[in-house]
Structure formats: structure tokens, C-alpha cells
Write a protein that binds this ligand. Structure first.
Ligand code: SF4
Ligand code: SF4
Length: 187
């Protein structure tokens, strides 16, 4: 029952995110095979997301599960800090359908808790938002938007995990996300 309500939650979330990605499409260059966003991060996951992710893990073939378990051991050996997600296999998410909430927001412009702009980290690799983000002012440059002939100014939303899991729909669906910790710390 809980899992069914969580999949409903994900359906609504994905519909909202689709609109956000659409609004920002001129700034985004994500493509198949690009996996930097899964290669160096902390990946906060709530208990509910972790349980759902593990449903994905259970559906994988034994060799892939073995690789993921090896990755988990290696990350744990390396200790604290950011890490490559153990579920990234051959530059692809092995549990894509079951991935976490934060994974679904990779690549878009968002807002920090204090209201400041949060550009996707990959702008520094010449990827999303790199054509319009001015590092000196730490703002989106209107001049650069014009120069690149971009038509739509991007909306930004607070896409922090703690904000998303406290949306009204969470109460409506009676979801309990539980504790949040780094994905690796669930193992
Ligand atoms: S679960 Fe999948 S999408 Fe999320 S960080 Fe790991 S590999 Fe990337
Ligand atoms: S968010 Fe950035 S790093 Fe991730 S797939 Fe898109 S372009 Fe690549």
C-alpha cells in the first residue's frame, strides 16, 4: 500500500519536473551516456526512497547486483565525503526507474534554502547553464542569454529534498519518508 502511494507520488513529481525541464530546456544539454552527476556527490536519500531503490536492486540480474555490492564496499572503505554512486554501472543508472528524488532533479536550475541561485554543478564542465552563468556575479547573465538567442528566462524552484518531501501531496498520500541520510550510509 505504501509503495503504491509512493509510486503515485513519483508520478506527480515527474509530471512537475517535466514542466521544469521543459521551461529550462534551452539551458540544458543532458544526453545519454553523460553521468558526471552520478560520479561525485553525497546523494541524500530518505528511508522510503532507499526502500524503493532496493526494489530496483532486487530486480537486477545477479552479476549486476554483485558489481553494485563491490562498489558499495569500495565506497565504504574510502570513508566520508562525496563518492561515485555504486548503482552507476557502465555510465548508466542500473536502477533508473527506482532512482531517488534528488536524482530526478539533476541538471536543472534550483534555489537554495536561503533563496540564492543553485546552478547545476556541471556548468563548470561546460555543460548545463555554462553559456549563461556568470561566475563573477554568480548570476544568470541577461547579456549572455541574449547573445545565445535564448527565448525563455528560466523559473527556479526550491528542489531540495527536504522541500520536495514536504509537499502537500505527501500528506494526502499519507507518506512517511523517514530519516534522510547519504545513500551510502544506508548500507
Ligand atoms: S541512483 Fe542512479 S541516478 Fe541516482 S545517483 Fe545513483 S546512478 Fe545516479
Ligand atoms: S546534469 Fe549535467 S552531468 Fe548530469 S547528465 Fe545532465 S549534463 Fe550531464
Amino acid at each position: 500500500m505504501l509503495s503504491k502511494n509512493y509510486t503515485k507520488f513519483l508520478y506527480f513529481l515527474d509530471c512537475d519536473l517535466e514542466k521544469i525541464f521543459k521551461n529550462q530546456e534551452e539551458y540544458i544539454c543532458c544526453k545519454d551516456g553523460c553521468s558526471y552527476c552520478c560520479e561525485d556527490g553525497e546523494y541524500p536519500f530518505s528511508m522510503l526512497e532507499y526502500e524503493y531503490l532496493m526494489k530496483g536492486f532486487d530486480s537486477l540480474d545477479i552479476n549486476t547486483q554483485k558489481k553494485i555490492n563491490e562498489n558499495i564496499s569500495n565506497v565504504k572503505k574510502n570513508g566520508k565525503g562525496s563518492y561515485k554512486c555504486p548503482f552507476l554501472i557502465d555510465k548508466r543508472c542500473s536502477v533508473y526507474k527506482y532512482r531517488g528524488i534528488i536524482c530526478r532533479t539533476f541538471g536543472v536550475l534550483s534555489e537554495k534554502a536561503n533563496g540564492n541561485l543553485a546552478v547545476p554543478f556541471c556548468y563548470s564542465l561546460g555543460l548545463n547553464y555554462s553559456k549563461v552563468y556568470d561566475e563573477k556575479t554568480q548570476k544568470i547573465s541577461l547579456d549572455m542569454i541574449r547573445k545565445n538567442n535564448i527565448k525563455i528566462f528560466p523559473h527556479r524552484f526550491n528542489l531540495r529534498l527536504s522541500n520536495i518531501i514536504n509537499m502537500d501531496i505527501t500528506k494526502e498520500l499519507e507518506l512517511d519518508f523517514g530519516e534522510i541520510k547519504r545513500l551510502i550510509d544506508w548500507f
